[in-house]
Write a protein that binds this ligand. Structure first.
Ligand code: NAI
Length: 337
């Protein structure tokens, strides 16, 4: 079975008939990067995508346009008008633009560089693709998503149903790590991960996975590995960046889920970091939990469900950090509009 069929096989036939009557333009901002390149490749292999628009400030993956799938690929000049054209008419805008971590760095250490990159790209999206679904990959996601909200609000085009922080990689990792402990097929391990996307804000809910035998030290080790899985990669790459291929797969999965939902499929559920009512009473405006996606983006935000005492403690620690991360993003835009 081909790679494309493996990724998109189950829904492929329907996708062809759907995409025949639907234009799905996907834009990737940061397309030449470690994530951007494989992500663009995966979107090129997705039969639901009709137009793939690639933008970066350095030269992009030009040969993607030679791949013999139906979508039309175009790379755009790194100029304001290039960015405008790239975004115009996009249904989905994926943003992996920005610097990745080096060993010893937290995601928050990226803030100084990435905050302004994301702010400026969000302005361009607000102007040229105000109705697009915006999928923020650039770290620190806990702060870059609030930055986007502030910009969209200031331009009068904020739609909370269409702004997403991509936390899919945490879920992908969790199911892989659990399956390696249990000797199961990761495809069947749906581990709920809630909260945010960095360190202790990543809260895996193992009790909801049915693996009640993972307890004590084993549970602590697993939770820590899911929370700090990104550090494993940063260390292994020894200065050459952070997760790229697994992130591209996770981003492509999330974009595919949005396309499925927008093309009429029901019960499409993905965990994602969204403007959420769940913990607003604690001052936390954004929170990742399972979200049912629909034609208009966010359709239903699911609560976290039943937690063990241990998970409640993890959640409490998460909310404390998350609140600060969100406030940092909001403050940045207030001071650097
Ligand atoms: P990279 O450095 O390989 O690629 C980033 C790309 O963004 C480069 O090609 C660069 O030219 C481009 N870029 C920079 N400024 C830009 C601008 N203003 N407009 C358009 N393009 C611009 O980095 P990599 O490894 O692809 O990581 C990208 C981001 O994704 C990082 O912030 C990283 O921390 C984050 N990330 C997020 C994950 C998640 O789970 N959400 C997982 C892994 C990484």
């Amino acid at each position: 079975m081909s790679f494309a069929r493996q990724m998109f096989g189950q829904v492929q036939r329907r996708a062809f008939t759907q995409s025949a009557r639907q234009n799905s333009k996907v834009a990737v901002l940061g397309a030449a990067g470690g994530i951007g390149q494989p992500l663009s490749l995966l979107m090129k292999l997705n039969p639901r995508v009709t137009n793939l628009a690639l933008y970066d400030i350095r030269l992009g993956p030009a040969d993607i346009s030679h791949i013999n799938t139906k979508s039309v690929v175009k790379g755009y000049d790194p100029t304001p008008s290039g960015l405008r054209e790239c975004l115009s008419g996009a249904e989905i805008v994926l943003i992996p633009a920005g610097v990745p971590r080096k060993p010893g760095m937290t995601r928050d250490d990226l803030f100084n560089t990435n905050a302004s990159i994301v702010r400026d790209l969000a302005k361009a999206v607000a102007d040229s693709a105000p109705n697009a679904n915006i999928l923020v990959i650039s770290n620190p996601v806990n702060s870059t998503v609030p930055i986007c909200r502030e910009i969209l609000k200031s331009k009068g085009v904020y739609n909370p149903k269409r702004l997403f922080g991509v936390t899919t990689l945490d879920v992908v990792r969790a199911s892989r790590f659990v399956s390696s402990i249990k000797g199961t097929d990761p495809a069947n391990e749906n581990i709920t991960v809630v909260g945010g996307h960095s360190g202790v804000t990543i809260v895996p809910l193992i009790s909801q996975s049915g693996h009640t035998d993972i307890t004590g030290e084993k549970l602590d080790t697993l939770v820590n590995r899911i929370q700090f899985g990104g550090d494993e990669v940063v260390k292994a790459k020894d200065g050459a960046g952070s997760a790229t291929l697994s992130m591209a797969m996770a981003g492509a999965r999330f974009a595919e889920s949005l396309l499925r939902a927008s093309q009429g499929e029901s019960n499409v559920v993905e965990p994602t970091f969204v403007d959420s009512p769940l913990y607003k009473n604690k001052g936390v405006d954004f929170f990742a939990s399972k979200v049912t996606l629909g034609p208009d983006g966010v359709q239903e935000i699911h609560d976290v469900g039943k937690l063990t005492d241990h998970e409640q403690k993890l959640l409490d620690a998460c909310l404390e950090d998350l609140k600060k991360n969100i406030e940092k993003g909001v403050k940045f835009v207030a001071e650097n509009p």
